[in-house]
Design a protein around this ligand. Structure first.
Ligand code: CDP
Length: 788
């Protein structure tokens, strides 16, 4: 039987016939979709309606008859060049296009190349694919049962669906501490599969210039240099050498970790451009983006926490199943397949901990991306903050008092956690106290007690999280062997204006502003005279890109270090101009003056001019510097959030009445940008707490594959965030700054979850998995015998 690709799967909008619409032909713009080149071809992608099926036949005849369609590219075509599989960033393998079978619904099956977007869409709909369905595995627990169908039949020796086992910590000491503990609590926690849903979907324009033998790819990537290296490694054998590849990452409409991986669409577009010598554009539609791009979370956790009778926490033990879909295509540092999940001891002084994670294959798209958190930290924070709440209740203690008692104390920093991380600095008690004062904690507790007497459901939830950002020190951090340093190159022109280029790539975080501010502060050149550039591999120094809140901790530090190299050279030039010894000069931002003679000075602009016109003999001309910064440690931002919720007994709806967020990211470079990062992050934390989840039915049909089902909160659902801060500088960062981009996404969901459990605890509810939807709460209330 020849099944036509279901129009319900991916690309649905494309199957509607449209005439050429001049509104779609744009001039030079700033996003990938704005890139329009002469003679450009369009790529659209046929996607599988099945989650697991053998490909019997791909019939392209009707597609090739569609006016404007030039070619249909299949896995067989790519296999001729050994390009049908590619390596993932976790050293697994991922299909570009399948030859034998598909492994998840909406997987790429073939590419249709045409002269216009509409012809490509019509061609896509005309490709006929015959499938033979295979047994589907969606539940990672079932995937590990004996007799479960083995999914990765391409791996010859693979006999099961287990990807890897990873464990960390002292198992014996942890087991001993649990055996001796006066009180223990245990809880299963599921952190569901969610999607980044950035405003801009993924896409690229690949242009292979046959005359110069050079490939330029404008693409939606958060890590252009790493992508260039991956492309060279994958396609070196067909002549794409790294110096002949240029990746340009223009303006990016949100990345959040979802634009780190290499998706098949990019590779097919590149292959199509190399084959035709024409520019080829591929832009996903919204449903393709939601259904097929990499996902986050999907952690099945069993956690246990131990304490003494007096409420002193002692040990943590965690076992986790990580559903990675059909391939491990996460972008974790190589040494840590479960990311930095072992920061799960959180803000608490524990003596022992042990964590185990098992990666599992299922018939789903790749999972495990670091969605606005540095590699599994959201999962870690959710676990410890739920468990601490449970333990406080078990002991009959107030959740805030219990945290205060068990926090790592300020004098314990730098603090070595039970799982080996060295926290740089922190003052957790101060942040929680500030949040409690701001929200009026004691008064809220009184109100709650009164409401409870009247049968009203009100909850107060705390999350006192510790983040871990700034990956990372080259001793431990690499991706595919590439060490996770980052870079800044500064060139000061003769007239004192500067250009600074970075290995990171902003996706809306405002690097252009904050990097210019760092340089203005360090060099005394006004920010308006500094041009900040990122995202072009032909010009920017090599760096690992922007994700995991690493830009400030790593590239921000590189900016300061490069500026300080420039300052050193500028001192020597100023000494030459002022005819004094370099050590007789005093620096204040913008100028060097002679000690004791402040009217004898040279401005940075004077010095820049002299660097090209009157530099000292024996010194190289110019005023430039580059720094590849290898951070000595990560930075550990933190915060305390308090959510106050009211639950409607009739509908089960959770309403967030107040949400106070106190953040600490060390020294702040730009308060307005940090505030914006926190507001956005909080809303992205609200999303999985109450709304977002992608599920699959038993045959692997995606549920939540469009915005009708995948409920991204809007301004209407978003409460008024009340933000505040404390400031505990990082002792090792040159500016005392820590990252902040992800703190709020990491810290917010569990504050809301804790508030909901707090509202329902007296009814016998110990735990609710997110998203805490009205039907879920309504069912719980009915089960507990609560009337409307
Ligand atoms: O890597 P990413 O840019 O996503 O995260 P980040 O380093 O936390 O920075 C997010 C934005 O906040 C950037 O524009 C930073 O320069 C700014 N920021 C700041 O102004 N002060 C801090 N202490 C941390 C970040």
């Amino acid at each position: 039987m020849a099944l036509r690709t279901s129009p319900e799967v991916g690309g649905m909008g494309h199957s509607i016939k449209r005439k050429e619409d001049p509104r779609f032909i744009r001039g030079k713009g700033t996003y990938v979709d704005d890139v329009v080149l002469p003679g450009m071809l369009w790529l659209d992608i046929v996607r599988s309606p099945h989650a697991h099926a053998k490909i019997v036949k791909i019939d392209t005849a009707k597609a090739l008859a569609v006016p404007g369609v030039l070619a249909v590219i299949t896995g067989q075509d790519l296999a001729k060049y050994n390009l049908h599989w590619m390596p993932t960033l976790m050293s697994d393998t991922q299909m570009v296009l399948p030859v034998e079978k598909v492994m998840y619904q909406a997987q790429e099956v073939a590419g249709v190349l045409a002269t216009s977007r509409y012809a490509a869409a019509d061609g896509m709909a005309a490709v006929e694919v015959e499938y033979e369905p295979l047994p589907v595995v969606v539940d990672p627990k079932k995937a590990l049962l004996p007799g479960a169908p083995v999914l990765r039949t391409d791996k010859k020796d693979k006999k099961d669906n287990h990807i890897w086992h990873w464990e960390w910590g002292d198992r014996a000491a942890t087991d001993r501490t649990f055996a001796e503990a006066a009180v223990t609590v245990k809880q299963d926690i599921y952190i569901p599969r969610i999607h980044v849903s950035s405003i801009e979907t993924c896409g690229c324009v690949a242009h292979f210039d046959k005359v110069n033998d050079k490939l330029t790819v404008w693409m939606t990537t958060q890590a252009p240099h790493a992508i260039r290296t991956v492309f060279a490694l994958v396609a070196g054998h067909v002549g794409l050498a790294e110096h002949k590849i240029r990746i340009i990452s223009p303006d990016i409409g949100g990345g959040f970790g979802g634009k780190v991986p290499v998706y098949p669409g990019y590779v097919i577009a590149v292959a199509a451009s190399v084959l035709t010598g024409k520019p080829v554009k591929w832009i996903e539609d919204r449903m393709e983006n939601l259904q097929a791009d990499s996902f986050a979370r999907d952690y099945h956790i069993t956690a246990e926490l131990a304490a003494k009778k007096d409420g002193t926490l002692t040990a943590l033990r965690i076992k986790t199943l990580a559903d990675h879909g059909y391939t491990d295509a996460a972008a974790n540092p190589s040494k840590f397949p479960a990311g930095l999940f072992h920061v799960c001891t959180g803000s608490y002084d524990l003596t022992a901990a042990h964590v185990e994670v098992d990666g599992v294959y299922t018939n789903k798209p790749p999972g495990g991306i670091a969605y606005r958190c540095s590699f599994r930290v959201t999962e870690a924070v959710h676990t410890i903050e739920r468990m601490v709440d449970l333990m406080a209740r078990e002991l009959g203690m107030d959740a805030a008092d219990f945290r205060m008692k068990n926090f790592i104390k300020p004098e314990q920093f730098p603090y070595k956690s039970a799982l080996g991380w060295e926290y740089d600095s922190g003052n957790y008690g101060a942040a929680l106290q500030k949040a409690m004062d701001r929200v009026g904690y004691a008064e809220l507790k009184r109100e709650q007690a009164e409401k409870r007497k009247r049968g009203e459901l009100m909850g107060i939830g705390i999350s006192s999280f510790t983040e871990i950002v700034g990956a990372g020190p080259s001793k431990h951090f690499d991706i595919l062997g590439l060490k996770m340093f980052d870079s800044c190159e500064i060139r000061i022109h003769p007239t004192g204006k500067a250009i600074a280029r970075f290995g990171t790539k902003s996706q809306g975080q405002g690097h252009e502003t904050t990097y210019a501010q760092i340089l203005a502060e360090e060099l005394g050149i006004p920010a308006k005279d500094i041009q900040v550039e990122e995202g072009d591999t032909d010009t920017a120094p090599y760096g690992l890109g922007t994700y995991a809140s690493r830009s400030t901790p790593v590239a921000g530090a590189a900016a300061a270090m490069a500026a300080r190299k420039i300052q050193d050279k500028a001192r020597k030039i100023a000494a030459h101009l002022l005819e004094v010894a370099p050590e007789d000069l005093v620096w204040e931002p913008g100028k060097f003056s002679v000690k004791g003679a402040p009217d004898k000075f040279k401005t940075i602009q004077d010095i820049a001019f002299a660097a090209y016109t009157n530099h000292p003999q024996g010194m190289e001309a110019g005023l430039e510097a580059v720094s590849y910064y290898d951070p000595p440690n990560l930075t550990y931002p933190f915060g305390s959030y308090i959510a106050v919720v009211d639950i409607d007994k009739g509908t089960g709806e959770v309403k967030i009445r107040r949400f106070v967020a106190v953040d600490d990211c060390g020294n702040i470079i730009n308060p307005m940008i940090v505030e914006g990062q926190i507001h956005g992050g909080l809303t992205m934390g609200l999303a999985p707490a109450l709304y977002e989840e992608i599920t699959y039915d038993e045959i692997g049909n995606v549920q939540g594959g469009s915005f009708i089902d995948y409920l991204v909160p809007t301004a209407v659902e978003t409460p008024n965030w009340e933000t505040d801060k404390t400031c505990t500088p990082s002792p090792h960062h040159p500016l005392g700054a820590k990252g902040v981009g992800e703190s709020a996404t990491v810290g917010a969901p569990v504050a809301i979850a804790n508030a909901v459990v707090d509202a329902l605890w007296h009814l016998g509810v110990r735990h609710v998995d997110i998203p805490i939807t009205p039907p879920k709460v309504w069912r719980l209330l009915r089960d507990k015998g609560v009337d409307e």
